[in-house]
Ligand binder design. Structure first.
Ligand SMILES: O=P(O)(O)OC[C@H]1O[C@](O)(CO)[C@@H](O)[C@@H]1O
Length: 621
């Protein structure tokens, strides 16, 4: 009997069919009834005809008869004098932070601004209530308190204030003790590496901040396991090599039950066992009190545990222990990060729209994407160290705004797509399409004025430095895009410092919250993610049934393999035959089942049996 232990897929033979496990979570686009009492200002968009030029979820016939702002028929303003006046008129500056926000290259009209005013005022009120401890995440019945993390005095209860302060002190003390060598690994010497195990909001902030702010020679270097990809995990562990014995492992999970993170932990613990190391002496948990992870860490006596709070969401947890502990261990000044965030929060509490940078962002997003996500946000920092900002923002914005229903239960399929990388690198990749191709985006440039630390610059040709080129590329791209009616926002900071990074995080957290209020959605839950997790769980449950069926068959008659139809029937899941084929193919590729009489591209021909019969397996009984 011929056996094939690995198979290849033919795209022709595996035509997409309905996958019962991975049902779409949102149905096709449909028009909701908008029941909010406020009218939503929308634009007629005669500027450039695109399929998305009218908001899709809002009927233009407002019951209150409000007029739509009309737009300049000749595209965006091009007169240099007018543009300069618009730039000066709308430029926002935060003096203490050295941060500027330029929304002049977004073409909103005065009429649009006037019509947005009541919506933004309502959003400010909602934000004020949120900061005072309202249940701002109604689906989960939770307060939303990430702003208190940098201004504990604003926390609505003294106990919360003291929890925040105590945790911050504990983070600082622990990081100091690790760096100074007061706390040492069992093997002696000092901790030299951090291995951070976490995913989503429990990884993206720490990754962004590390890339942005870690010094060239940090006291501890950081690596991340942020997936359940075994090869990726092996790579990280292999890279640590003998330094595993001086690695501090941070296991970060708010819920304490995320499968990818649990798997990462189990894999790392196995590596520790194989190296004869005691994981508990090097493991640190950051999680909600009483979670599975917290209990494990407590029972196993891990080196330390830090709390995550119920009222801090994963994607807004950078200023909690989640972001602060890894940052502090890398020698990053976390109190400065908090200060930058607090200053930005304070600026964003004004109810004067023009003086409120988060509101200016939210208003510009609304204009640029018709309030329905009709255009994508391309984030282009012109600074290598801010490379991961777009990836960080991707979760913050898309997990917050990508919602099927609004707060009144109407199907709205909201969202705002975020992607990006860095300039000027992307000039030589996809900016060709941005300038000339499909007009489905607006850009956010992140500009950093300081090119290099003082005293390090030099002119690579008379009067021109390397940084001048970077500056020129940014300004040139901004102009070239605008001349072809592509809108952009520019956020400028003096330098990439803990303070400016804290301010950027706070700016976007607030902009997302305000935008969500304006479009009437809950920014603080993520029901769609649960659907994918549930479906993945169902696939794994089916795999267990398949294994049990194969095992039972092998025990009865090892010489008689089963067809896919037989396996599906014995699993009582004939409708899941495609998934069963994929499960078997995956196991075969990993030497965990033997497929006989099969050929690539014709799954129906496969017959399958398990190499060994496990008489103890009662799972199918
Ligand atoms: O910190 P946790 O609970 O492991 O969750 C990780 C991530 O998973 C999500 O819940 C989505 O699955 C994110 O919101 C979160 O940041």
């Amino acid at each position: 009997m011929a056996s094939i232990s690995g198979i290849c897929f033919s795209s022709q033979s595996l035509k997409p069919r309905k996958n019962p496990f991975l049902r779409p979570t949102s149905s096709a686009f449909s028009l909701p009834t908008h029941s909010s009492s406020l009218s939503i200002p929308i634009r007629n968009s005669p500027r450039i005809a695109t399929p998305h030029s009218l908001p899709r979820h809002i009927s233009p016939d407002h019951s209150d008869g409000s007029a739509f702002p009309t737009k300049n028929n000749h595209g965006l303003e091009k007169d240099p004098g007018e543009l300069w006046r618009r730039y000066v008129d709308w430029l926002y500056q935060h003096k203490d932070l050295g941060l500027f926000l330029d929304v002049s290259r977004v073409g909103f009209t005065d009429e649009f601004v006037t019509q947005m005013e009541p919506r933004l005022q309502a959003a400010f009120k909602a934000m004020e209530d949120l900061e005072k401890g309202a249940i701002a995440n109604p689906d989960e019945g939770r307060m939303v308190g990430h702003y208190w993390l940098r201004s504990p005095e604003l926390a609505p209860k003294p106990i919360l204030k003291s929890q925040i302060e105590k945790t911050l002190d504990a983070v600082c003390d622990f990081a100091d003790d690790i760096i100074s060598g007061k706390i040492t690994p069992p093997s002696g010497g000092r901790f030299t590496q951090i291995l951070s195990v976490g995913i989503g909001g429990s990884a993206l902030g720490p990754q962004f901040v590390s890339e942005a702010l870690a010094p060239d020679n940090p006291p501890l270097k950081i690596r991340f396991i942020d997936n359940t990809d075994p090869a990726g995990i092996d790579h990280q562990i292999a890279q640590l090599g003998p330094e595993l014995s001086s690695t501090l492992v941070l296991v970060i999970s708010k819920s304490g039950g995320t499968p990818e993170t649990r798997n990462g932990l189990l894999e790392v613990q196995k590596a520790f066992r194989e190296a004869n190391l005691d994981f508990s002496k090097q493991g640190v948990a950051i999680t909600q009190e009483g979670s599975l992870l917290d209990n494990t860490a407590r029972i196993e006596g891990w080196l330390a545990r830090f709390p995550m709070f119920d009222w801090v969401g994963g994607r807004t947890s950078e200023m909690s222990a989640v972001g602060l502990l890894p940052a502090a261990l890398q020698g990053i000044n976390i109190r400065e990060m908090l200060k930058g965030a607090a200053l930005m929060d304070s600026a964003n509490r004004t109810t004067v729209v023009k003086d409120n940078p988060a509101a200016l962002l939210a208003m510009s997003w609304y204009w640029a994407c018709d309030g329905v996500g009709s255009k994508d946000m391309v984030v282009l920092p012109y600074k290598d160290s801010l490379l991961l900002f777009s990836r960080y923002l991707q979760q913050l914005v898309m997990e917050s705004l990508g919602k099927e229903f609004d707060l009144d239960g109407n199907r709205v399929n909201q969202g705002l797509t975020v992607y990006g990388n860095k300039g000027s690198t992307d000039q030589h990749a996809y900016i060709q399409q941005l300038r000339d191709g499909v007009h489905n985006f607006f850009v956010t440039f992140i500009e950093v004025l300081r090119d290099r630390p003082p005293g390090h610059d030099w002119e690579l040709e008379p009067g021109v430095t390397c940084g001048d080129y970077l500056f020129g590329m940014l300004q040139g791209t901004r102009s070239a895009l605008y001349s072809n009616d592509r809108e952009s926002i520019t956020v400028t900071v003096q330098e990439v410092t803990p303070r400016s990074v804290g301010a950027l995080v706070a700016l976007y957290e607030r902009a997302v919250g305000i935008y969500a209020s304006v479009v009437n959605i809950n920014a603080y839950h993520q029901p769609g993610v649960e659907a994918g997790k549930k479906a993945a769980g169902e696939v794994l449950a089916l795999q267990k049934r398949v294994l049990a069926v194969l095992n039972e068959a092998s025990c009865k008659d090892p010489a008689e393999p089963l067809s896919l139809d037989q396996v599906a029937e014995r699993c009582h899941a004939p409708e899941d035959i495609e998934m069963i084929y994929k499960i078997i193919a995956h196991m075969a590729a990993n030497d965990r089942a033997v497929i006989t009489e099969g050929t690539c591209g014709s799954p129906r021909g496969f017959k399958v049996f398990l190499g060994e019969c496990n008489m103890d397996d009662q799972s199918f009984a």
